[in-house]
Write a protein that binds this ligand. Sequence first.
Ligand code: NAP
Length: 256
Amino acid sequence: MNTAKGFDLTGRTALVTGSSRGIGRAIALGLAEQGAVIALHGTKAGKALDEALAAAQKLAPKSVAVIGDLASGAAAQKIVTDAITALGQLDILVANASVQIRKPWAAVTQAEAEHQMQVNFHSTLRMIHAAAPGMQQRQWGRILTIGSVQQVRPHPDMIIYAASKSAQENMVRNLAKQLGPDGITVNNLAPGVILTDRNADALADEAYAERVRQVIPLRTFGEAGDCVGAALLLCSDAGRYITGVDLLVDGGMGLR
Ligand code: NAP
């Protein structure tokens, strides 16, 4: 490796949205393990966020928690501002939180469509607006959005969610070109089926779960920890020459 620091994140700070649970929590702890101080995030104070914060503080004692609902652009901006205030600066932004409404396409209301686009796309852009200036000033930054295999394999009952993730991935390629000259990489990590709270009910139906398994070449669901290696690469100096990519962590599910 032609960089002294590799995966080491000592001295770096990171905000990981939606890190009270699931994939976000695993990524936050992975970054903390490499030495980054973390702003964890959830929509509300409570047991899940407290436990995630305690786990992060064992690895990076100065880690904090910030709270906010990404249903509004103003809240998105405030989440980043609160993280910067608490951490002193923000070197890494992982836009992980999203909402997903499962129903047949013709039944999706305008309000449900707008809510998913707001949280999954508009608020991501607003957070980048708030985070980028400091990164530009310091000429180092990592922006990682969490997409979905649905960018390439949209589920019929999640038409807006899938579209929001595709829009986000397009934005990543656009911003990678614009922010690259400032030493900021912008990438997207697209998970496949990862066992978290979000899909526990759907996958409890064993017949459905087996049908899904059969379209995954590795024939198994992923765990939140399976996303950490790719996230570390894209958030550290090890990945300093990688920008604008869409890295699928999906057991091959997105292959066509
Ligand atoms: P999860 O277990 O459902 O956790 C969701 C996280 O997002 C929680 O921390 C939650 O906070 C937060 N959140 C929910 N609604 C929010 C809102 N309106 N504003 C701000 N934060 C909000 O999710 P996950 O399965 O780990 O998914 C993480 C990311 O991976 C998402 O972007 C998802 O689309 C993507 N993904 C997941 C899968 C999968 O199979 N799991 C597959 C493809 C892509 P609270 O704890 O306060 O509710």
